[in-house]
Design a protein around this ligand. Sequence first.
Ligand code: UGA
Length: 437
Amino acid sequence: MSRPAHRVTIFGAGYIGLVAGACFAELGHHVTIRDIQPERVRILNSGEVPIYEPGLGDMLARNKERLSYTLDGDEAVRDADVAYICVDTPPTASGDADLSRVWAVIDTLGTAGHLKAVVVKSTVPVGTGERIRRALDEAGLGHVGYASNPEFTAEGRAITDFMRPDRIVIGATDTETADLVAALHDGIDGPVDVMDIASAEMVKMAANALLATKISFTNEIAALCEATGADITHVTRAIGQDHRLGPHFMNAGLGYGGSCFPKDSRALRALASNTGYPFQLLTAVIEVNELQPRRAVQRLKTQLGTLKGRTVTLLGMTFKPGTDDMREAPSTIIAARLLAEGAHVRCWDPMARPGPGAPWDTAERHPGISEALDHADAAVVVTEWPELRDTDWSAHVTRMQTPVIFDGRNVLDLTTMQALGYTYLSVGRASGPEHTA
Ligand code: UGA
């Protein structure tokens, strides 16, 4: 049975907008993607993809008849039924979300002749939808519906998450708009949960904050494991078997990074503070996370005696594997701290695209793991790329000046690494200098 196709305009050709656009086209809709960066639009029009996301290139290519890309906002919305706002909402100096790009999109909607709904997918503070509703009314777009449809996809598996979601959350004040947004998702296997706009906005912020809390909680238990001789991998495995807690987001490590958790947790804390409510638990979650990369450098310093003049290799730079994204990557803090301590920093990563400036201008990047480890005094596993599990660690042990590995993601086998002759440190396992006696 064929589904009715809609004309959807996506504002923002970033990770969220491109994935949503590709998936809506896959579902049979006609999609126009508008971005303000000429280079991005040029790349898309030439059939390339400006970001790395598994499966995205193939999906865009497969649906190219139903996809177009433009810089022109007026042209983008002229024939649209639905305008999806997927622009970024970076933090301002106060920690609030910068909504200027969202407002810029609202300003372009005046030329839309057939628009039935404006939908926000960007992560925005609770209360934004109400403000947008008022702005639409004032712009003479009172007949256009408004909905919040937060995004729960994770980078590296965004296509799968979009097409097989745990839930599709729709916040709307009228059933017509909610039904239209639900209809856009027809063909997707996942429950639709309709609620008011403020609640939908809160679901997104609270879900990310709870996931971040789970990670910071695990990292604190890991620190206690280091101090007491327990092993975090055993502890979380058994905790995760409790169906009320579940096994996910309990990997101890160097802390969470990326474009979402750090920004969204700070934005929720700022939102709470602005209402006069101090969100103390979230403040602790953020502090624990900020400590993780610094603790790793400190533990390495204790192990090596000094970091001055030592060569330290960072294995992995992106905030997680399967992406080229360097936003808020713990590797950046670790590299900057190592440089500040006088170390030479080398790095390896199969995908990372660090921007210009410190610390990556100073760090020496190598295309292969072996060269990156040559004569190094220590290496830190920062990102759990599969290549690091598969590489021949028995060959690297003699390549390094001193075979010290800090496994910041607990991906290597403790016993094997120690048997190979490494001084092997990890997070929350009794393998640090504290427990080698
Ligand atoms: C996250 C959420 O998982 C998505 O549901 C959400 O839609 C998205 O943010 C967003 O708000 O747009 P993402 O930032 O792509 O997705 O990455 P995650 O896979 O969630 O990882 C975030 C960070 O947490 C990474 O640095 C990862 O290494 C770290 N992490 C994750 C841990 O340190 N331990 C864990 O157990 C899990």
